[in-house]
Design a binder for this molecule. Structure first.
Ligand SMILES: C[S@@+](CC[C@H](N)C(=O)[O-])C[C@H]1O[C@@H](n2cnc3c(N)ncnc32)[C@H](O)[C@@H]1O
Length: 313
């Protein structure tokens, strides 16, 4: 059933129409038309940053988007990888999320190709098929997320606007265990760029190397046993610029459910001596910088303090 509704645009005489088409479900309920109709507005694509770890890291905007999708499952198509799904399900039980984990299981398909394919699929679902698509990602969509980059570029090429719901980035958790002064800046690189692409660091500024525990550009990114392979290559590269006893901080997450920010301080020469968890990073203090920036910071306390019970106990 289709009805076109003429809507005056704000401040102008131009008219546009809004689709008020509905479809009747087998059980008789009426739901909004979710299939593209050529005279109507198309679907939409929303990228939702869910925060890097615990459910309470989500923004209110992200929570609202998830709750809207639970309340009206016929109108939304929700996609996400494993970590994002776990976070979303904690906030919005019953949310139907289409898994994208197959992306990491495709033999012979490297990540760039898999992400290009994902971007093509999501933009087609939204802008050609007319679905309202939610793509759930962990952390901030804007930090080291090649799939999001591919989606944004593809949508821009099609002159389609996407909605971006920002999320807290992993950086907030990681910086919890260092004392970054900011006095000589901060460099941010993927450990892979240094280990395999020959990127040299600026030794006059601290550097945060991310993706320390993800072992490959394809295959099972969550296998931490393979991490010493890359750690050895990284150590050898860094040794070209830093002395063997240069202090470095391995900064990682304790994982679910607490996702505590953990860290250990070692000498660069010991970098490959033991595996690191998947969500790991390396803080490389500058040469000649303040000792403070080479110190492992004390963990912050997570629990809320009840002043009254503190006084009574
Ligand atoms: C591909 S990046 C995506 C980051 C994401 N866009 C964000 O803003 O959180 C994944 C890397 O972020 C870091 N990371 C993600 N979650 C983390 C956490 N809970 N604790 C520490 N590092 C984390 C790790 O270096 C991991 O390899």
């Amino acid at each position: 059933m289709h009805r076109r509704q003429k809507l005056p645009q704000s401040g102008g005489s131009q008219m546009s129409h809004r689709c008020t088409a509905t479809a009747t479900e087998p059980h008789g309920a009426i739901r909004p038309h979710s299939v593209r109709c050529e005279v109507c507005v198309s679907g939409s694509l929303t990228i939702v940053g869910l925060g890097p770890a615990r459910p309470e890291h989500l923004t209110q905007e992200a929570v609202q988007a998830l709750q809207a999708a639970v309340a009206d499952p016929h109108s939304w198509r929700v996609y996400g990888l494993a970590h994002a799904r776990a976070l979303a399900e904690a906030i919005a039980p019953g949310l139907q999320i289409r898994s994208l984990d197959y992306l990491y299981g495709l033999t012979g398909v490297d990540r760039p190709l898999a992400y290009a394919d994902l971007a093509e699929m999501l933009t087609r679902r939204a802008f050609s098929d007319g679905h309202h698509v939610l793509y759930l990602v962990a952390g901030s969509p804007l930090f080291y997320n090649d799939a999001v980059l591919a989606i944004r570029r593809r949508a821009a090429a099609q002159e389609q606007a996407i909605r971006l719901i920002h999320g807290m980035a992993f950086l907030d958790l990681v910086l919890d265990r260092v004392y970054w002064t900011g006095h000589s800046g901060l460099a941010l690189w993927s450990a892979w760029n240094v280990a395999f692409d020959g990127v040299a660091l600026d030794v006059g500024a601290p550097t945060l190397l991310v993706q320390l525990g993800e072992f490959g550009s394809s295959g099972d990114a969550l296998n931490e046993d393979r991490s010493p392979e890359m750690l050895g290559k990284l150590r050898d590269r860094l040794r070209r610029q830093y002395p063997a006893d240069h202090p470095v901080l391995v900064l990682y997450s304790s994982g679910p459910p607490e996702y505590r920010s953990e860290g250990r301080r070692i000498e660069l020469s010991a970098l490959a001596d033991q595996p690191v968890p998947v969500y790991s990073n390396l803080w490389v203090p500058s040469i000649g910088g303040p000792d403070l920036e080479a110190t492992l910071a004390a963990p912050s306390v997570r629990r809320m303090v009840d002043p009254l019970s503190e006084v009574l106990s």
